[in-house]
Design a protein around this ligand. Structure first.
Ligand SMILES: CC(C)=CCC/C(C)=C/CC/C(C)=C/CC/C(C)=C/COP(=O)(O)OP(=O)(O)O
Ligand SMILES: O=P(O)(O)OC[C@@H](O)CO
Ligand SMILES: [Mg+2]
Length: 239
């Protein structure tokens, strides 16, 4: 079974940002979050990535690198693996297969045994990830569901990621993706900032991702979102 099948909550650390106040990565690991993803769209370098991966890798929590370009991939035995995005609704094929081809061409150390993909559906047109990938974000619930279904059944993706980075998404669209998926795991990320927003999104998604909050508000706020996600999952009918 894949690691992520048991994750209710992921904390995403952006190596281009600092932690809140004097908090440490040990504090992040102690929030109850199930895994740490390390990634961001802008300002990413190998050096910044390595610093965060090395620091997080000391604690008893899965750590995955989520690269936004081939240059931000670092290799170490401090982390568990790589979650490489593929953007279903990208306007530029670079972000569907092009960057992947270049990465494979230039990197001799790829460890396929711990490299997996995430099929992103990018939904917030104001997020840097939308600009970066030239994503078509104007999608209704039926289209979101169709992208999710294409990702799972045509492309064999195991993780579908509805991404509203920077804003809380439309639950109707998240639910449409959740309802169409058979076996794939649904990640939701964007704008989760408290118990209630985490609970609401985790009613539909299998796993919620919290990003900006850890940098802007800190670990106590993240802990509340972990509780919201866990309560939503506990309230769902047994699968
Ligand atoms: C093939 C390799 C190694 C890399 C390419 C991987 C791809 C397709 C990247 C596309 C962009 C993407 C989906 C990045 C994932 C990380 C992400 C969504 C971060 C959040 O982005 P924002 O919140 O918009 O950015 P900032 O917080 O940096 O402003
Ligand atoms: O920063 P936020 O809005 O929490 O979004 C989380 C994550 O989905 C970003 O890739
Ligand atoms: Mg962000």
């Amino acid at each position: 079974m894949s690691d992520w099948a048991d994750w209710d909550h992921i904390t995403k650390i952006d190596p281009d940002k600092t932690l809140h106040g004097d908090e440490t990565y040990e504090d992040v690991a102690a929030t109850g979050t199930d895994a740490i993803e390390v990634g961001g769209t802008t300002g990413m370098t190998e050096e910044k990535m390595k610093r965060v991966v090395d620091a997080c890798g000391k604690y008893d929590i899965p750590v995955y690198i989520e690269p936004s370009n081939p240059a931000s991939v670092v290799h170490s035995d401090r982390h568990d693996g790589y979650l490489v995005p593929v953007v279903m609704n990208a306007g530029d094929v670079t972000w569907i297969t092009g960057a992947h081809k270049e990465w494979i061409r230039i990197d001799d150390e790829i460890d396929w045994s711990r490299t997996f993909t995430e099929a992103y559906i990018v939904m917030n047109p104001d997020a840097s990830v939308a600009t970066y990938t030239q994503a078509s974000c104007d999608l209704d619930a039926e289209e979101v569901a169709a992208y999710a279904e294409a990702a799972e059944h045509l492309l064999g993706q195991e993780i579908i990621y509805v991404e509203y980075s920077g804003m809380l998404g439309d639950t109707e669209k998240v639910a449409a993706a959740a309802d169409i998926l058979d076996e794939a795991t649904l990640f939701y990320g964007g704008g989760i900032h408290d118990y209630e927003s985490a609970r609401k999104m985790a009613e539909h998604a299998d796993t919620v991702v919290v990003g900006d909050l850890v940098h802007d508000e800190g670990c106590e706020a993240v802990r509340e979102t972990v509780e919201g996600a866990q309560d939503a999952k506990a309230a769902k009918a047994p699968e």
